[in-house]
Design a protein around this ligand. Structure first.
Ligand code: SF4
Length: 228
């Protein structure tokens, strides 16, 4: 029968035929939906990458970290958020954006019309810098291949960078975050929109509306890129 779509009347005739032959039940295998197969493939590739990173000791950030924070979300997400580095709570739980800044990011995600599990959230470096300092250039350089591979696997429709560290890591020196936020750049052909880091917004709540206007740019890009 292959991929043929059968008329209900033909289907009924077929069922009656098998019933006449004595079959009480028929096993039916539905074809796997294209999107589901693709998502599974990406999930396996991310698992493989996580295995490859292992108990990473490639840079000094491994010395003080409790848990490596790989990233989480839909492997086939259309929207990818990239932050800076795990903070104290993320380091404790092994999950990205779970502290106060995470709550703010969750609110932004929901306001944009998504559930957290429908997007993907990753950081520029996977281990917490001691005392929440910014990651150093050599630490970013060492960890970047992991983020690059994550982006390659997920292949999102749009990337939103949170703060200057993630923006510079993916785009190079394009200018301060307050100058480049809300503009559309390209990372290897994927539209990328920088905005403020949620930690900055916790300290400067008046800037939240700017991030919301940056989110509108992202939503505009996503609505122009349906499907996939
Ligand atoms: S920050 Fe990245 S490169 Fe450094 S130890 Fe952690 S996973 Fe490895």
């Amino acid at each position: 029968m292959g991929g043929e779509v059968m008329e209900p009347s033909r289907l009924e005739t077929l069922f009656r035929y098998y019933a006449a032959l004595g079959f009480e039940r028929l096993a039916v295998r539905l074809p796997e939906r294209k999107g589901r197969g693709r998502r599974r493939g990406k999930e396996l590739s991310l698992d493989e990458l996580r295995r490859r990173i292992g108990d990473c000791r490639r840079c000094r950030l491994s010395e003080k970290r409790k848990r490596l924070v790989f990233g989480e979300g839909d492997p086939d997400a259309r929207l990818l958020f990239v932050g800076e580095a795990p903070g104290e709570e993320e380091d404790r739980q092994g999950r990205p954006f779970v502290g106060k800044a995470g709550e703010l990011l969750n609110r932004l995600i929901e306001k944009m019309g998504f559930k957290r599990e429908e997007v993907y959230i990753a950081n520029t470096v996977k281990c917490r810098p001691p005392g929440n300092r910014k990651p150093l250039e050599d630490e970013i350089r060492t960890c970047m291949p992991f983020l690059e591979r994550q982006i390659e696997i997920i292949a999102p429709a749009v990337i939103m960078t949170l703060g200057d560290v993630a923006t510079r890591a993916l785009l190079g020196d394009v200018g301060s975050i307050s100058r480049v936020r809300g503009k559309t750049f390209s990372y290897r052909g994927i539209p990328l929109v920088p905005t403020f880091h949620p930690s900055y917004l916790l300290r400067n709540p008046k800037s939240k509306w700017l991030t919301w206007s940056d989110a509108q740019v992202v939503l505009g890009l996503l609505s122009g890129k349906r499907g996939g």
